[in-house]
Design a protein around this ligand. Sequence first.
Ligand SMILES: N[C@@H](CCC(=O)N[C@@H](CS)C(=O)NCC(=O)O)C(=O)O
Length: 270
Amino acid sequence: MPPRFARSVRPDRLPAAQPATPVDKWNRPSRAFVPDEILLYDLTDSPFCLKARICLHLKGVPFRRVTLTFGRRRELRRLNPAGQVPVLVQGGEAIADSRRIARHLEATHPAPVLIPAGAEARAYAALVEDWADQTLAFHVGALKWLNPDNRQAVLTNTAGEMAGAILRPLVRRIVLRRARRRYGTVGVGPAALEHLETRLRDNLSALATLLDGKPFLLGREPTLADVATFAQLTCMQRYAERHLLDAVPVVADWLERLAAVPPVAAALAS
Ligand SMILES: N[C@@H](CCC(=O)N[C@@H](CS)C(=O)NCC(=O)O)C(=O)O
């Protein structure tokens, strides 16, 4: 039975099949669409997409990334009316939202365990994941988009992936306007940068307390709590706020330790 959060997808609405040649003209493996292939609609600079990619790699599930280009926005809305990535497409079902993707993978690929079985550890992991997805994502995202020192990098990383040279100036304007509106509607603008930094420092210090003396948040193995938190913070390393991470060695060491776990390294390199 498909998970209740899945949405059916018509096969003709997926990326068009290409001729099934074994290699292309540059001698690279063919990227022909195969019906049972798992697709991940995503963007490189999105922490939620990185979270989904890390879960897929940790579970050893092969998948193909489909970059959310400007031209694919309508295709994405058919899969996820919220118009957000990541979206996982598997067996004619679209699963949107990194939380749902993680739970779908846990149900379909139980090993290695990312969501602990014990009630207390499970509750702890769920609370940390929610904190990372909501509080941390809000503060890291607001600083990334509102700090003028990040302007060039954020636009290059996002618009550069979403559009080719001709459309890029338009996409830059659109993504910047949307980001300003997103934070503006909750009263957060450039004047809040100092407050956002202070809140982030407090959050990083609380995280250091949780991590002290442990390789990962729940002990010896990484769980979804680590993955969700890592995804938000590692993306921050590309922006001016990376100095906040360097100031908390326990957190910086944990980021390094997690980045060295082979499936995580593979997800970061993909
Ligand atoms: N709760 C969602 C959040 C996903 C999300 O915010 N995605 C962003 C990229 S980081 C997005 O697609 N933004 C485009 C938009 O909102 O139009 C999840 O966990 O997947």
